[in-house]
Design a protein around this ligand. Structure first.
Ligand SMILES: Cc1cc2nc3c(=O)[nH]c(=O)nc-3n(C[C@H](O)[C@H](O)[C@H](O)COP(=O)(O)OP(=O)(O)OC[C@H]3O[C@@H](n4cnc5c(N)ncnc54)[C@H](O)[C@@H]3O)c2cc1C
Length: 186
């Protein structure tokens, strides 16, 4: 890899992001709202989570009101290092504060990626493009490493950085470029 390409890749910024799915005991689901409200929580010491909502897919497919608690950045990282008991306490406090009752938790998910040795983040944000315009940055980033060797993925599509369709579009674009080169060679 050239030093220029290395510098471009190094200036991509990575973010931490966590979804925590929570199921309450079935008889408590009636205590939750029927609307799929998206509730933002204040970013302070008290709150580990930044937002709370219901998962519409789980509701539609399983008729269960699964709560989704989300958190990001340093709080996302912290989440991954909590013991299951500590996390359960945080979930209980959040539900009590938001919905006003003591929850009986049936189960909850706890991703632990950030505790892995080589973990750097969940996905990228749009790059800061140091010394370059957005267009210049992403067109240099997307030149092949060597002839017909492309790097693809969400990080390489500035407009859709961090999203699955960004990854999909970079795959399509690189495949088109390779096909065009092959056709031109025939
Ligand atoms: C919690 C969370 C929620 C998200 N929610 C959404 C959402 O709602 N909507 C949305 O559009 N996007 C969402 N995303 C982002 C989306 O998942 C990514 O943008 C997308 O998966 C990126 O695809 P990719 O192919 O670039 O990379 P990845 O999906 O990360 O694929 C890279 C692959 O390479 C493999 N790999 C890594 N290193 C090596 C190696 N050395 N050798 C071999 N294989 C290797 C990895 O195991 C992985 O399978 C979310 C991401 C997270 C983490």
């Amino acid at each position: 890899m050239t030093p220029e390409k290395h510098e471009l890749i190094s200036s991509l910024t990575l973010v931490h992001y966590v979804n925590c799915f929570v199921l309450l005991e079935k008889n408590q689901e009636d205590l939750l709202s029927d609307k799929n409200d998206f509730i933002c929580l204040p970013n302070n010491e008290e709150n580990l989570f930044r937002s709370i909502e219901f998962d519409p897919m789980i509701l539609r497919l399983h008729r269960r009101k699964a709560i989704v608690l989300k958190t990001t950045a340093e709080k996302g990282k912290k989440f991954n290092f909590l013991t299951r008991e500590e996390l359960k306490n945080c979930i209980e406090k959040t539900i009590k504060r938001v919905f006003g009752f003591n929850p009986n938790i049936e189960n909850f998910s706890q991703p632990t990626w950030a505790a892995e040795e080589n973990f750097q983040g969940c996905y990228t944000n749009m790059a800061l493009c140091p010394g370059k315009t957005f267009e210049q940055f992403y067109s240099s980033l997307n030149t092949p490493l060597v002839d017909n060797f492309y790097m693809i993925g969400e990080a390489f599509d500035g407009a859709n950085a961090g999203y699955a369709h960004g990854a999909y579009l970079t795959g399509l674009k690189s495949a088109e470029q390779i096909l065009n080169k092959l056709k031109a060679g025939n």
